[in-house]
Design a protein around this ligand. Structure first.
Ligand code: MCN
Ligand code: FES
Ligand code: FES
Length: 951
């Protein structure tokens, strides 16, 4: 009889299986307890199957196992039956021979960042294998049942794709017809041409950062950032890494001492750029220092560099940190109390800095206080917005190496490659010119990666070990450690006359920015810049504070600052409408800004004292009205005492360039075969930078009659492309777009002959004419006389300035049901009437807007980030799955040309997330009378608001 195996033998034992993978018979060995995902990715290098949550909550790891869709991340190797048939995305189709569903996903615009795409295709294929004639609701049920998560698309285009694929499989539509959609007519601009990278995302060939890891040269080591979890505020006495250094496989352990040894300051610059801030912006430590403090959960105490991830994590577990716990300020209510402990004090050289460290003031007309008090109708209330988590499906990862010029190269999820180069340089002790930042393909960001996350740790690990390094954290760590949306506490007063005309508005607001400044001034400003911005009034005062706390540090999140601003003022606007006894839609319409081009009338100007370049809201309201009336009728018909329906409205306006003096560059080169190469740093989160560049350059170069595939792109590498700024503030289409146009115009001017025809590459070279041109642009406002003025920031004491030259507009309509037993609200229908100027690509703009609405629904009803020990996975953070988002989403595009926009465009990315949450919560009120003043409107808050009425 065989002797029983020891524990050591067991852990070293392997299970061999004979399988058929994508039609190929294979013999594969694996440890019994590893997952199928680990075997596929790490061993077989089949990286089309992605690793996201790694705990069964997202579906990016789906494969088909013996005809059934399974999650490879929770399927143990030992439970995979011998002789199984496994299909992965690599076995579904290739770029040359796409499956119907892959085609459909591409042409329906169902692919944005593409991180979820292989998982959706596997799941959708499993459905279509069984049912070639599903209804839309059956498709939605199927994806719902399988917990399929997409953070980008809002799901509608994915369902469109499955329906289209089903029609193809039934023989009712032909793949050849879809293929034709890939061939544009004369114009790429204004078309629905699918983005070029969609085909690789649909076939699993698009490598994200963690896919790169498996294909890096073998010299790469693994770097793990060790953090003290569970402690938000503490004084650190000692960090002992001696045991970790001796641990198996460890190359070195990096601490703050190494940073100082490298003459780094150990600080990251927070870009506060304003006279009102009491910090110099250098308060953000890279690594925890002995004698200093921990100021938030998950501060990195050391980076362990080892031969494998397992060894790095094992060593990290041996690090000992001796600390003294301090009182934790977990929200702005606590931090603004007069006796609150200070987040910054003498320990860190910011002696005496109050927790409210930045003050912004906006004023118009007279002080409105008494005007509001004496107004026939007024409201006076407090509103609170949540710490919304970004919930990307790809956890933070990246790698570092020295390039061929000896530059310290960081390949990460950065969506601000030049900014990161500058932000971390002093801190790590390396000149910016010696740092190269490259953007990896990313599984979305939604703004968190405007902040440096792993970049300094990667750099320091590379410097100390002298070896190239890779770093990743798991999804739980990612959720706990990455920055979030800033909560805002707003006290708002507003008054109207007896006819419902807005007389004055007043606000004091407090932004909880966690412990670091990270562009906080721009964020804080938004609540002044857009305070009742759609409306006309004579008198306004708004005073805002940015406040330190010990909760998550904040960074950009799509729509940056405007969901907070509109949560306060568009709820207040709704409340005031009811006070006046006027329908909220009519109330908004009758109070719209009295705009005319270049007006000097303050009633036609934004709170910063300038008139926007266009003001399409009157026309948009007209377009929205029939939907509103129809939705109200429907809500009335559907309402029962058990389930009540209501319709809500909100208006929102958001900027489309970075605050103040924004600029961008883009270069172009004519190539020997007559094609061109466009070079810039329009970083791609998944929004579609490739198509944005191609659409814009194609239109600008129309006289050359290029095909889209003759426009090559070299993007987001600081050594190869000029600085186009961050892919933030929905600025890239306008800013990078204008720089692209400028470079194209210069090239065309150089190529143009006297007779109006164009020189070939050879002719240019023969005549000694350069083939390379630099494009540049600045954000500007246009004056009546046709001159322009470069944008400028807001005065700290009055708010006056011209921060933005481009704006986006939205009217949001939501129909919501409230279950009167469970108090659960559900968004049943959403209509977005939007104006983003002329549209470059409809597939993309539709996708951006559906996706933004879905995030707005999450913001309104489910998403939050409270205690990190609980709010660290998609389910507890309230991720909106397909059944949380209605299929009934309607987009109405109003395309008012922007005078200074490239071919009339403005941006679109953030517009759809500025105001939907308010329309939804206003609809809850319309349905059942519950006025929720804190988002998310979870059942307990709806119930509490109803109980309030009964009192
Ligand atoms: N576009 C267009 N026509 C217009 C305006 C824009 O076709 N009139 C297209 C552009 O070509 C681009 C897309 O729409 O492909 C977004 O353009 P723009 O509004 O200029 O925004 P950016 O390219 O600067 O992208 C950033 C923006 C922001 S700030 C966040 S946050 C965001 C977003 O876009 N994060 C996203 N969209 C996202 N989408 C996905 N899938 N993932 C993210 O992380
Ligand atoms: Fe497997 Fe998320 S469900 S990675
Ligand atoms: Fe679905 Fe980005 S496209 S997560």
């Amino acid at each position: 009889m065989a002797k029983e195996m020891s524990a050591a033998q067991l852990s070293a034992s392997y299970v061999v299986k004979n399988l058929t993978i994508n039609g190929v018979p294979r013999r594969v060995i694996g440890k019994p307890d590893v997952t199928l995902l680990t075997v596929l990715r790490e061993q077989l290098k089949m990286t089309g199957t992605k690793r996201g949550c790694n705990c069964g909550q997202c579906g990016v790891c789906n494969v088909i196992l013996n005809g059934k869709v399974v999650r490879a991340c929770i399927t143990r190797w030992k439970s995979v039956p011998e002789f199984s048939q496994i299909t992965t995305i690599e076995g579904v189709g290739t770029p040359e021979n796409l499956h119907a569903l892959q085609w459909a996903m591409i042409v329906c615009g169902a692919i944005q960042c593409g991180f979820c795409t292989p998982g959706f295709i596997m799941c959708g294929k499993a459905l279509l294998d069984e049912n070639k004639n599903p209804t839309r609701e059956e498709v939605r049920d199927w994806f719902g049942k399988n917990w399929m998560a997409c953070r980008c698309t809002g799901y509608k285009q994915i369902v469109d794709a499955v329906m289209k694929a089903a029609a193809i499989l039934r023989g009712e539509e032909k793949i050849e017809d879809l293929a034709k959609m890939y061939k544009p007519g004369d114009s790429v601009w204004g078309s629905s041409l699918p983005r070029p990278n969609a085909v690789y995302k649909a076939t699993g060939l698009w490598d994200f950062g963690d896919d790169d890891r498996l294909k890096l040269p073998e010299e790469f080591l693994f770097a793990y950032p060790y953090a003290l979890e569970g402690v938000r505020h503490a004084k650190v006495n000692k960090i002992d890494v001696s045991e970790a250094e001796k641990s198996e496989g460890v190359n070195c352990v990096v601490t703050y001492k190494d940073v100082f040894a490298n003459r780094g300051t150990n600080r990251i610059y927070g870009q506060v750029n304003c006279a009102s801030a009491l910090t110099d912006g250098w308060e953000h430590r890279i690594m925890v220092e002995e004698g200093d403090k921990i100021r938030q959960w998950g501060e990195v105490c050391a980076v362990v560099v080892a031969d494998t991830e397992t060894h790095a994590r094992e060593a990290a577990a041996k690090i000992k940190v001796d600390y003294e716990q301090l009182s934790e300020l977990i929200d702005v209510y606590m931090a603004k109390k007069p006796d609150a402990v200070k987040v910054y004090d003498e320990i860190d050289g910011y002696d005496g800095m109050p927790n409210a460290w930045n003050k912004r003031v906006f004023k118009k007309g007279e002080d409105p206080h008494d005007i509001i008090t004496n107004a026939p109708y007024h409201i006076d209330d407090e509103f609170y917005s949540s710490r919304q988590p970004h919930m990307v499906l790809e956890a933070d990862c990246g790698y570092a190496y020295y390039d061929e010029d000896g530059k310290l190269t960081l390949a990460t999820k950065s969506i601000a490659v030049y900014r990161h180069q500058f932000q971390i340089a002093r801190g790590i002790g390396v000149a910016p010119s010696r740092i190269r930042v490259i953007q990896n393909n990313l599984g979305a960001s939604f703004g968190y990666k405007t902040a440096p996350t792993n970049e300094p740790f990667l750099a320091l690990a590379l410097i100390k070990s002298g070896r190239p390094v890779y770093m990743r954290v798991n999804m739980k760590e990612h959720n706990q450690r990455t920055p979030k949306r800033s909560p805002s506490l707003m006290h708002i007063r507003a008054g109207a006359d007896k006819n419902g005309k807005l007389l004055g508005v007043e606000q004091t607001w407090w932004i909880d920015h966690g412990p670091y400044s990270e562009s906080a001034n721009d964020l804080t400003n938004k609540s002044g810049q857009f305070f009742f911005a759609p409306y006309a009034y004579d008198n306004m005062k708004a005073v805002g504070y940015t406040v330190w706390t010990n909760h998550r540090w904040s960074a950009a999140f799509r729509a940056y600052g405007s969901p907070q601003a509109y949560w306060g003022c568009e709820t207040a606007m709704d409340m005031l409408a009811y006070e006046c006894g006027i329908d909220p839609f009519d109330f908004r319409e009758q109070n719209l800004l009295e705009w005319e081009p270049f007006t000097e009338n303050p009633r036609g100007q934004f709170p910063s004292g300038y008139a926007p370049e266009v003001f399409p809201l009157p026309e948009m309201m007209k377009k929205a009205r029939p939907y509103y009336e129809e939705m109200k009728k429907k809500a009335k018909e559907l309402s029962t005492p058990e389930k009540k329906y209501g319709v809500g409205v909100s208006c929102s306006i958001y900027n489309s360039n970075d605050d103040g003096a924004d600029e961008a560059a883009s270069n172009i080169e004519l190539l020997p075969d007559g094609s061109v190469r466009v070079m810039n740093t329009w970083e791609d989160h998944g929004q579609g930078a490739d198509m944005g560049c191609i659409g814009t350059a194609h239109e600008a170069l129309k006289p050359l009659h290029l095909r889209p595939d003759q426009i090559h792109l070299l993007l987001s590498d600081t050594s190869k492309a000029p600085n186009s700024g961050a892919a933030a503030a929905s600025r890239s289409q306008v800013m990078v777009g204008n720089a692209i146009v400028d470079s194209c115009n210069k090239l065309l001017d150089a190529m143009r002959k006297a007779d109006g025809t164009y020189r070939t590459y050879d002719e240019m070279v023969a005549e000694g004419i350069p083939t390379f041109y630099e494009g540049y642009t600045q954000a500007k406002v246009l004056h009546k006389d046709g001159t322009t003025e470069v944008c400028s920031g807001n005065d700290k004491d009055t708010g006056i300035g011209k921060p933005f030259g481009f704006h986006m507009f939205a009217v949001n309509l939501a129909m919501v049901s409230v279950d009167m037993k469970t108090f659960k609200a559900h968004c049943e229908k959403f209509v977005l009437v939007g104006d983003v100027g002329k549209i470059n690509n409809y597939l993309i703009v539709d996708g951006q807007q559906y996706g933004g609405i879905a995030q707005g629904i999450g913001l309104a009803l489910t998403e939050d980030f409270l205690d990190e020990s609980k709010y660290n996975n998609f389910v507890t953070m309230g991720f909106p799955y397909i059944k949380d988002i209605p299929d009934d989403l309607t987009l109405v595009h109003v395309e008012t040309p922007r005078p200074l926009g490239p071919f009339g465009a403005s941006g679109t990315g953030e517009m759809p997330l500025s105001g939907p949450h308010v329309a939804i919560c206003n609809a809850i009120y319309a349905a059942c009378g519950a006025r929720v003043k804190t988002i998310p409107a979870i059942p307990a808050r709806i119930k509490a608001a109803l109980d309030e009425i009964k009192k």
